[in-house]
Each structure stands twice: as C-alpha cells, then as structure tokens.
Design a binder for this molecule. Sequence first.
Ligand code: CA
Length: 231
Amino acid sequence: MRLLIVEDEARLASALQRGLANEGFTVEVAHTGPDGLHAAQEGDFDALILDIMLPGMSGYRIIETLRADENWVPILMLTAKDGEYDEADALDLGADDYLTKPFSFVVLLARIRALLRRGVTPRPARLQVDDLVLDPAAHTVRRGETPIELTPREFSLLEFLMRRAGDAVSKGDILHHVWDANYDGDANVVEVYVGYLRRKIDVPFDLQSLQTVRGAGYRLTSSVGAGVSAD
Ligand code: CA
C-alpha cells in the first residue's frame, strides 16, 4: 500500500516514514503544501497523512482541491491544538479522520489501517439546482460563476432545501433540521432566514427559485410552477 505523508516537521516526517516502512508500507514524503498537493494529484496513493499548517499551502486547501477534483483518497489529518482550527473543520472539509498532535505511532497505525480497510468512499457530489451549486465538502456556494457568501446558518438552510429540491418543506421540518432540535424560539426565524437567502441566491439574479408554498412551507425549484407563490 502506498502512503503519502505531507508534513513540514522534518523529524516527525522521517520518524513516520521509517515506522510505516517497517510495517511494510511504501511511503513518500512531501514537506510543503504545494509539493504535497502535486504528489497527491500525481502519485496514486492509497491514503494520505496530512498536516494542517504547511509552508505554501495549508492542509485544508489541499483537501479542498483534491475533493473538488473528485479525488476521494482516504485522508488522515494531523491537527495541532493551536486554537486556530477546530478538529471538526477537518471532517467538514472532507478529511476521513484526524489525530491531534502529539499522538502515538501505534494509534496512527491503527487509524491508517482502518482507513485502508474502508477504502475510497465518494462523498456526496455537489448539490445542484439549475446553476445554483453547493459544495458540502468545500463549503462553497455559487450561482453560475458568481460565488455567494453565506453565514453558517444560511448555508445549512440552503443545503437542507437543496437536498429536498422540488419538494415543499414545512417550517417545522426546517426548524428541526437546521436549528437545534430543542430550539423553542419563534418559528418566524425561518421566514427571516428564507428572506436572507432570497436576497443572496435569487434577487441579484432576478430569479424566484426559493418559493413560498401556501400552507405548506417552502420549496426550492428550478422553475416557477403552477399554484405557487413566490412572494
Ligand atoms: Ca506543520
């Protein structure tokens, strides 16, 4: 099995390389972000061990780029508790697992073996309704070529609606899935956020894709259908 280690701490990288080679793996090492990305794109590896803070390009950018290219090689992130990043970010961006430094080699080996057993698992493809495209792994939204900046809540709401595109979704369903299940505030918050979303995904493009369905809730569609009001 071929592994790529992208790690700029030379001593850690060579210790990992030796240890993994002793376990029978073929191991390559890259010490900068750009070298790591290039190796990952060209090298046909069975798994990647990827540091986050790297010279030239962060591990996050490497994951984003690989996943955007639909490269689903299993990735184990090495995260340092430097307060700048949350481990959950690594998983959001498409890593398969993470280890917080310092870690034991035995644990790393077990995690790598688990990733290799699981093999390549394609992520849900990008969600698309007409020219509105949401990428859950890269956390980006665009309409045509225009990138759209959304707050985390707006992003969750749009993702929920896009996964059910064409269906009417009730306010209650939206509250339950997009807000905390125990949210007991005003249900009108959904209306407010639908308004925010429309101002970002529809109004600037002179579209009405996010529609109000009287008595039922909201529906994201590719075209305005009969019996639907897009107030
Ligand atoms: Ca580093």
